[in-house]
Design a protein around this ligand. Structure first.
Ligand code: GLN
Length: 469
């Protein structure tokens, strides 16, 4: 029924009448129902999706449709979609229904995308496995005994299982890229500030970004084109993502990670990728990024400090249905204790500790300094080469429950995604292949500037043409 590989081919089929948009949306909704065990949706907007499909179909026939006409997009449950429940997968928000669209969602709708529903994620986007959700874990579509990754696990799973054409996730320290890796799809964290954060529930405001997830890179770029625009209501929003393409002449792999290239998992991913680029005449360099190994520690200090501050607004009084509690009743602590999950509480506790008097110089300020040094060394590396290549994750999708009770081992899953986050750079997960024995997807990460994102199409083509040779 789908019969299309990307939005360009879908629009062609819709235009020449081979595909009916209403049937396509109906097909996707039925497929979502059949795959409910994957647990990737928290809400499906059946009625409005079909209604919009009808309207957009008419526009396509008349030729006055938007650039994303008929693209069926799901949205992570930390991003506001008007009239759709948004719990951030937390009991504290419960049945909160936003009366507004996030800026990115508004822009998708203006270009005639169809918002199909909200996707499951870790509570307030804190986690790397989607197991910290009030709605329960999301299953990996390739092996249901494994996690889909996190925190945007619902989005990644929905895209990989064909339960939407694309999804909007959010990435603070890797939450678009890591689940994309575990589910074998493309996931992009654009440069910080290039997509408005208006309507994205704040986790760590100096790191949060909204990013697209899809099965192909051309849809990622198409969505970025639409959402990557300056928003005057977000003071950190910057100018639009630049157009234009230039040839990538050199790629860099961090010198410090070189020993990885001798390990089986990384040899298959980064090693093979680099080899194919080298064969195609692209220079492979090994710039030194000395403090890379501390990026996770720095990330967790900064992210938790900012989270503790951002989450202070949740009290079950200002958002969602009130439980009859008032501030004066003295029940605030009890409400927050009862309704936040264990991982969120861990972050609030450690964040407040990190910010407390006497400790903020020791932890927060030190982390901020090392963040600056990591940023500088990444920027210097990007002076030496056009883009950087690193692993996205230390391995393939892990088993459900394997890391759930051991937060530090869960944090380790983010070791390769946090550097680009700290530096505010763009980073893309590229799916490469399926493991012959494991049957699980693996790929690599590219770190670059927004201005190089369009040029990555050529790199991806080189890999895809060469991989089976
Ligand atoms: N896994 C990381 C964390 O738990 C990243 C989360 C995110 O990017 N939202 O903080």
């Amino acid at each position: 029924m789908s019969g299309y590989t990307d939005h360009y081919s879908k629009i062609e089929l819709l235009k020449n009448g081979t595909l009916s948009l209403k049937d396509n949306v109906r097909f996707i909704i039925n497929k979502i129902k059949k795959h409910s065990h994957l647990n990737c949706y928290t809400f499906v907007s059946e009625e409005s999706a079909l209604r919009n499909a009808f309207v957009i179909e008419q526009k396509i026939k008349k030729g006055n449709h938007g650039t994303l006409a008929g693209m069926v997009i799901s949205v992570k449950d930390v991003i506001a979609v008007k009239d759709m429940p948004m719990s951030c997968c937390s009991a504290i928000l419960g049945e909160y229904i936003p009366s507004y669209n996030a800026d990115a969602v508004e822009r998708l709708i203006a270009e005639d995308a169809i918002i199909i529903g909200k996707t499951n994620c870790d509570e307030f986007a804190m986690g790397s496995s989607n197991e910290y959700s009030i709605h329960g874990p999301v299953l990996n579509p390739y092996d249901n005994s494994r996690v889909a990754g996190g925190s945007s696990g619902g989005s990644a799973c929905a895209v990989a299982a064909g339960l939407c054409d694309a999804s909007l996730g959010s990435d603070t320290g890797g939450s678009v890229r890591q689940p994309a890796a575990f589910c074998g799809i493309y996931g992009l964290r654009p440069e910080y500030g290039s997509v408005s954060r208006r309507g994205l529930t704040s986790f760590a405001s100096s790191l949060d970004t909204i990013g697209p997830m899809a099965t192909n890179y051309s849809d990622i770029l198409k969505i970025l084109n639409v959402i990557g625009k300056k928003d005057t209501y977000d003071s950190t929003s910057r100018k639009s993502v630049p157009k234009g393409e230039k040839k990538i002449r050199s790629v860099g792999f961090p010198e410090e990670l070189k020993p990885l290239l001798h390990q089986e998992f990384f040899k298959k991913s980064a090693g093979k990728f680099l080899k194919l680029l080298e064969d195609a005449g692209i220079d492979v360099k090994f710039p030194s990024i000395p403090l890379l190994e501390f990026s996770n520690e720095v990330y967790y200090v900064i992210a938790n400090a900012e989270a503790a501050s951002n989450l202070s607004r949740f009290d079950k009084i200002r958002y969602g249905k009130t439980s009859g509690a008032t501030h004066s009743s003295g029940s605030l602590d009890k409400i927050r204790t009862a309704l936040f999950g264990a991982e969120v509480k861990r972050r609030i506790m450690s964040g407040n500790f990190i910010l407390s008097s006497g400790y903020s110089e020791k932890y927060f300020e030190k982390a901020a300094k090392i963040r600056r040094l990591i940023t500088n060394s990444l920027l210097e590396a990007l002076e030496i080469c056009d883009i950087l290549v690193t692993p996205t994750t230390p391995g393939t999708a892990f088993l459900l429950g394997q890391k759930r009770e051991n937060p530090v081992s869960m944090y380790d899953a983010d070791i390769y995604t946090t550097p680009a986050s700290l530096a505010g750079l763009a980073a893309l997960h590229i799916p490469l292949e399926m493991g012959k024995n494991s049957g699980l997807p693996f790929g690599i990460q590219i770190i670059c500037r927004n201005s190089d994102l369009r040029s990555l199409t050529g790199i991806i083509e080189i890999y895809n043409q060469g991989k089976d040779r």
